[in-house]
Design a protein around this ligand. Structure first.
Ligand SMILES: [Zn+2]
Length: 462
């Protein structure tokens, strides 16, 4: 829903504001060149300027008020729609959970209903107290500062190539219209197959992995019938079998054909859409393409290798040590894949190609591939940002303090503080969801303008 609001807003900027802004620019040019008619005391020139200024002011007021009204109406509709969806799906989970004796599902249902109601009440309060309007103004100011930053970066990168500079300014919309780097993202839903055997046949690989005590793979856990722990479960999807058939398959050591995915397509789409929405604060305009790939190495089912091996073997990303040019050409297409779990308590992992520096000055050395992986965890209220977080790392962002920031991590190894003075006011009233900040947006653009191939900066990917 938030995505539709964003699309309308972008449409106003691109289709209404941009043409007028371009007309203003041409008009200013004309006014500058217009000959001064001495017999009119130069009034013709003055008149020309006057018209331009009036159009500018009128355009600014109409577009800003128009965007504010659309945003407010859209926000209210989105709150109501989200509430209805949360109540319907939550109650459904509770009812089905009770009838199937699935206590995790009952709990998830309760969390969805209560969380949905709380989010709706706080959301309406936020609009009523005009805090959404304050946020709108804040976002506008931040975006204008980010545009200035990006203008500077592009001017430096293309200092000796005015044509590329003009193309880059047009492609990013840094001067007019909707600003942002249009990025094509890929999201791969991995799966395991029950009937894949070694070339010489015999017992299926999935059964072997399940029976191998050295591997941390339990097919009933992969399928979501059991979980590693009550608090640590996701929503895997089994296609082609039910619980009884999966059990029979394990007992008979084969004989059935099904697939298990770490998450459904709907779940992955939800994550990409949250990522696209939140990443707008970084000045990135994502469009995600989804695909599916079979995983044939047990180390990529419960991810025990590093992200680089996963990138190369599962996502098909280029290894910089083998092909430096190819690895760089991967950069403009951020790629995420799913896993069932990680060794340990991780919920996501990333690899970024170039050395970066965190907003607090910490060095963040690059790797030899680029790409990220995520697992599913519920509730969405807490874990839906994981993909946005990992793709933040993809552009060199590092961890920060406070639950109100997308780049926060609860991983104890990172040593980050869960709460700062701004965390509660931000999450309860002002923003009501974790965000990226301006400094992070600037750092992402530093990373992009320094490392992306020219083509990716001077043309629009979508
Ligand atoms: Zn992280």
């Amino acid at each position: 829903m938030a995505e539709i609001c964003r699309d309308i807003d972008e449409w106003i900027e691109e289709e209404v504001s941009r043409p007028i802004e371009e007309w203003e620019e041409r008009q200013e040019e004309r006014c500058r060149e217009e000959e001064c008619n001495w017999w009119m005391l130069c009034l013709n020139k003055l008149f020309c300027w006057l018209v331009t200024v009036l159009v500018k002011v009128a355009r600014w007021i109409v577009v800003t008020v128009g965007r504010w009204v659309t945003r407010t109406v859209c926000t209210i509709i989105a709150i109501v729609v989200d509430l209805v969806v949360a109540l319907a799906t939550g109650l459904w989970d509770v009812v089905v959970g009770i009838f199937t004796w699935d206590r995790e599902r009952v709990w998830d249902g309760f969390v969805t209903v209560l969380g949905g109601a709380l989010v709706a009440v706080l959301g309406l309060l936020r609009v009523g107290l005009l805090l959404d309007t304050v946020d709108f103004v804040r976002e506008e100011i931040q975006e204008s500062r980010l545009r200035d930053h990006v203008r500077g970066l592009l001017a430096r990168r293309f200092a000796r190539d005015p044509e590329a500079l003009a193309a880059a300014r047009r492609a990013t919309g840094v001067d007019h219209g909707a600003f942002g780097l249009r990025l094509l993202g890929r999201a791969t839903r991995t799966f395991v197959r029950s009937d894949r055997t070694r070339p010489d046949g015999g017992v299926p690989e999935l059964v072997r992995w399940h029976e191998d005590p050295a591997l941390d793979i339990d097919v009933r856990v992969l399928a979501g019938y059991d979980s590693e722990g009550f608090w640590r479960h996701g929503r895997p999807e089994v296609v082609g079998a039910d619980e009884g058939q999966v059990d029979a398959y394990l007992r008979d050591r084969g004989g059935r054909s099904f697939r298990i995915y770490p998450m459904s397509e709907g779940t992955l789409r939800h994550k990409t859409s949250v990522c696209a929405e939140r990443s707008r604060e970084l000045g990135l305009i994502y469009q995600f393409v989804l695909d599916e790939r079979e995983v044939t190495d047990p180390a990529h089912v419960v991810l025990t290798t590093g992200q680089d091996d996963y990138d190369i073997d599962v996502l098909g990303r280029v290894n910089e040590r083998v092909d430096p040019v190819g690895a760089r050409e991967d950069l403009p297409t951020p790629h995420a894949g799913t896993v069932f779990a990680y060794a340990g308590t991780l919920i996501g992992l990333s690899a970024h190609l170039d050395d970066a520096t965190g907003v607090d000055g910490t060095p963040f050395p690059g790797s030899f591939t680029s790409g990220v992986s995520v697992r599913d965890r519920v509730p969405d209220l807490v874990y839906e940002y994981v993909l946005a977080h990992e793709l933040g790392h993809y552009f060199g962002l590092t961890h920060v303090d406070g639950y109100h920031r997308i780049m926060y991590t609860a991983n104890p190894d990172a040593g980050t503080a869960p709460v700062t003075w701004w965390t509660l006011p931000s999450l309860i009233l002002v923003e009501q969801q974790p965000k990226f900040v301006l400094d992070e947006a600037k750092a992402v653009w530093d990373y992009i303008v320094a490392g992306f191939p020219t083509e990716a900066l001077t043309t629009r990917a979508h």
